[in-house]
Design a binder for this molecule. Structure first.
Ligand code: SF4
Ligand code: SF4
Length: 394
């Protein structure tokens, strides 16, 4: 929708400023506001910008587009907003971005991101044929019609070397379960969640339709994703283009297959663990319990919460494609470094994540903060792989 269509709605913002703080913790909730320390980067400031543009008191400039794009679309502000405006905040941000794209006012990093997706089907400028390279030496194979589910890996899991390990750990668990599954490999392309978040609706539509066609042609009705970003877009956006699939994020699927005994958790892990909620699994899709239930089901794990958790979780800074565009940098007040200090303060020895983007953002921050000896970051798939064993065949 265009910004014009929100003309009446933006006036619902009372400019109260509640969107700066995180519930009753009174800690900051907005990674953009904390990083850039000016009102225009908080939700309140962006509402003022939207009103100003609609009323003709402001005109579009690069500096307005820069403020609009320095936001991780994490949704933390929507949780704090006390008025009817809360359901529209991210939609208004999306409309501001769409208009930035239409006016060719996007920051160069964002423009490069679009070009890479368009030309390579991934943001890393990697060849499409290399997309399944991470499976070399494993028994993970191409999806075949009739398989029980399609394992959708996504761009980060396919190309990033650290995320490759997570993709393999999850594939290994699936192999142990005995269920039939496959990946798309070189046939997989970007799911488009970040393209959509950045307001390039035309490109997003192309990606969504291409993926839907591919899934339907293969009869892949059941999809399990590695990334919460892919999960979000296949679940919530593809139905607008006619794509209706039974899609689960892998923690939801793992919880189920552990419960029915397809995965046998037989070993203990004696560790204090804290869990970081990914925005696209938590706030966008209200899945807070499955990862915690998996962790609690493992003998020896003491699960401790960071002060900001569940709907009040603090974004790692990778959302809204910042993982690729790096508009927030890695200064001391970058979201990932703030979050690492918060995780460290719990006394946990493991920070558990359930998203390859969070993993990479937080692991980089961990190194810069110098907590590598005390704190280790593990994806939940890596934890489950470690404590589970091959199911015995009867
Ligand atoms: S977005 Fe919501 S919380 Fe923020 S200033 Fe407006 S009304 Fe207040
Ligand atoms: S979506 Fe996140 S980064 Fe953007 S204004 Fe809201 S809290 Fe800040």
């Amino acid at each position: 929708m265009s910004l014009e269509e929100y003309r009446e709605i933006v006036h619902l913002c009372r400019l109260c400023g509640n969107c700066r703080q995180c519930g009753t913790t009174y800690l900051p909730c907005c990674p953009a506001g904390e990083r850039f320390a000016l009102d225009e980067y908080y939700s309140r400031g962006k509402s003022i910008i939207a009103k100003g543009l609609l009323e003709g008191r402001l005109i579009w400039t690069y500096s307005i587009a820069n403020a609009v794009y320095r936001c991780t679309m994490c949704g933390a502000c929507t949780e704090q907003c006390p008025v009817d405006y809360k359901d529209y905040i991210l939609k208004v941000f999306g409309a501001l971005r769409e208009e930035s794209v239409e006016r060719s006012l996007v920051p160069p990093e964002v423009r490069n991101f679009f070009e890479n997706i368009q030309n390579f089907g991934n943001p890393f400028k990697e060849p499409r044929k290399e997309r399944g390279r991470w499976t070399d030496g494993t028994q993970i194979r191409q999806y075949e019609p009739g398989d029980e589910f399609l394992y959708y890996v996504g761009c980060i899991g396919s190309y990033d070397t650290r995320a490759n390990k997570i993709a393999k750990a999850l594939g290994d668990i699936f192999l142990r379960s005995g269920l039939s599954f496959g990946i798309l490999g070189s046939e997989e392309t970007c799911d488009g969640n970040e393209v959509n978040m950045l307001g390039e609706k035309g490109l997003f539509e192309l990606l969504a339709k291409e993926n839907i066609k591919k899934f339907e042609k293969l009869g892949a009705n059941k999809i399990v994703t590695l990334s919460p970003h892919a999960y979000n877009t296949i679940k919530n956006e593809y139905p607008h283009y006619g794509g209706k699939f039974e899609v689960k994020h892998y923690v939801q699927f793992l919880k189920e297959i552990i419960w029915i005994g397809k995965i046998n958790i037989s070993k203990a892990l004696h560790a204090r663990v804290t869990y970081h909620d990914p925005c696209f699994l938590g706030r966008y899709n209200e899945e807070y319990d499955a990862p915690r239930e998996i962790l609690r089901s493992i003998e020896g794990i003491e699960l401790v919460e960071m002060e900001r958790n569940r709907e009040n979780s603090f974004c790692c800074g990778g959302g809204g494609a910042n993982f690729y565009t790096d508009l927030f940098g890695s200064t001391e007040d970058s979201p990932a470094r703030i979050r690492i200090r918060e995780a460290y303060s719990t006394g946990a020895s493991i920070l558990a994540v359930a998203c390859p983007a969070c993993m990479t953002m937080l692991e980089d921050a961990l190194k810069v903060e110098g907590f590598e000896k005390e704190l280790k970051i593990m994806d939940i798939s890596e934890i489950v792989e470690r404590v589970s064993q091959q199911k015995e065949v009867a």
